[in-house]
Design a protein around this ligand. Sequence first.
Ligand SMILES: N[C@@H](CCC(=O)N[C@@H](CS)C(=O)NCC(=O)O)C(=O)O
Length: 152
Amino acid sequence: MIELYKLQWSHYVEKVRWALDFKKLDWRGIDVVAFTKKEIRHFDCDRKTFPLIRDTRTGVTMSDSSPIIRYLDETYPRHALLPADPVEREAAWQWMLRLDSTLGLHARRLGYTQIIMECPTILAQLFMPDVCGGLFARRGWRAWPRRYWAPC
Ligand SMILES: N[C@@H](CCC(=O)N[C@@H](CS)C(=O)NCC(=O)O)C(=O)O
């Protein structure tokens, strides 16, 4: 069983979810509260970004979407994601790393910008749903400073 620790909105998480489904692996998702990350506090791994997986069969815990995909392919070779030919495999790997640090970052920036413009209140619901009893995610919270403080 693979446990996939996820932030609901992360496209890097989606990439791993697609890979798990494509490989028909047994997995379950665990939602993480971005503000506290208490769900992963007990893990002892270098990086703690999302996606983060824990393979209950091997005991491996790791994050970073592309290394996760490589790990899954090496550990569970059925329904391969990467080419078998070593040269093509290396080329695909380099492409994945390049896209993670270019297209992936631009897509995230575009997503945040768009969401802030279209639906700003959703950010508090995504990042801080449970903080202070859900205070920041409540409707009306953003209107409060505007009511009592108007810039000159
Ligand atoms: N290169 C990483 C990027 C992962 C990443 O930046 N994840 C973000 C969500 S999109 C994250 O974990 N943010 C929370 C944090 O850094 O604490 C990957 O491919 O997994």
